[in-house]
Each structure stands twice: as C-alpha cells, then as structure tokens.
Design a protein. Structure first.
Length: 177
C-alpha cells in the first residue's frame, strides 16, 4: 500500500523530516546565511511542529505551516541581540569555511546566490520559494499569507533587481580585469 492509499498522517515524523527537512534547512540558510543558525531554526521548527501536529490536517497545510514557522523563527533569530551585536566573519574566511561543507552553494559561494542574498527579504523569499523549492505562485501566497498578485509583483520586481545586480557585478568584474 503506498502513501496515497494510506492517507496523510501529520504524526508520521520520519516521512515529514525526510520530505520537508531539506526544504526547511535551505530556507533557513537562505534567510540567515549561517549554517549553525539555520540548524538551530530547523530544530525549533520541528519542536514547534510536534506541539501543533494534531491541528494540521492535510499535507499541503503542513507544508505551508512549516514554511511560515521557518520564516517566523528566522525573523526572530535575525533580530536577536546576539545577531545585532556581533560582526560577520570576513568574506575570505567565510569562503574558506564554506568550501569544507557540502552545503557550499547555500552558504553563498555562487555569484547568483550572493546576489540573491543581497535582495530585500520580500523579494528573496519569493524568488527562493519559486525557483529553489519549486512552489507555485498560489502555494507561495498561501504560505506567506499574501495575495497571488502581490507574489507575482514580488517575483517580477525581484527578477529585475537580481538581473540588474548580476549585470552590475559582471561589469565590476570586467573593470577589475
């Protein structure tokens, strides 16, 4: 009997962690830019999910709840006193540390990823969910509790900003040569 015939069980934690754990981690990494902070957020999200699992009835609802909970915890982590009062590692040191991890892409090594991380959060979240997690506009709208038109506008503006940033970065790279 396959999963579709059995029906969805919101307490099937092994399945949910396998299916949505990587998505939660990548989303947290995208927002926080530090592996350790992303891992902390993932743990917090799963602990919160255990407390709220009985209220969630469908897999689609669970996915939207996990995305929303991840974003909320990322906002909280990003505004903590620790984050506000500690300096970033130098770019060279971050690059060296990231190259030792398989998650190197998510820590900002690629030019596209670096430019995406520089965008305002509302554009970065929409672009990330649309392209990296392959959610539809309707799914993003439900997860972020925004109108579909707003999501489409954020995607359009975010693409334009990202394209401009990549062109500027390429021009700066050419000027340095």
């Amino acid at each position: 009997m396959d999963r579709a015939e059995q029906g969805f069980d919101p307490r099937d934690y092994d399945y949910l962690v396998a299916a949505y754990g990587p998505m939660i981690y990548r989303l947290a990494q995208s927002r926080l830019r530090h592996l350790q902070d992303a891992e902390d957020v993932c743990q917090q999200v799963w602990l919160a999910y255990v407390r709220h699992a009985a209220k969630l009835k469908s897999e689609e609802h669970v996915k939207a709840w996990l995305i929303r909970a991840t974003l909320h915890r990322c906002y909280s982590a990003g505004s903590s006193a620790y984050t506000r009062h500690h300096a970033e590692l130098s770019e060279a040191l971050q690059h060296r540390l990231a190259s030792d991890h398989p998650e190197a892409f998510y820590s900002g090594e690629s030019e596209l990823r670096q430019q995406l991380n520089q965008l305002p959060a509302k554009y970065r979240d929409c672009l990330y969910l649309y392209y990296y997690e392959e959610l539809s506009v309707a799914e993003i709208a439900r997860a972020l509790r925004r109108k579909e038109g707003t999501i489409k506008s954020c995607l359009h503006r975010g693409r334009r900003l990202l394209q401009q940033a990549l062109k500027q970065s390429a021009a700066n790279g050419e000027a340095k040569k």
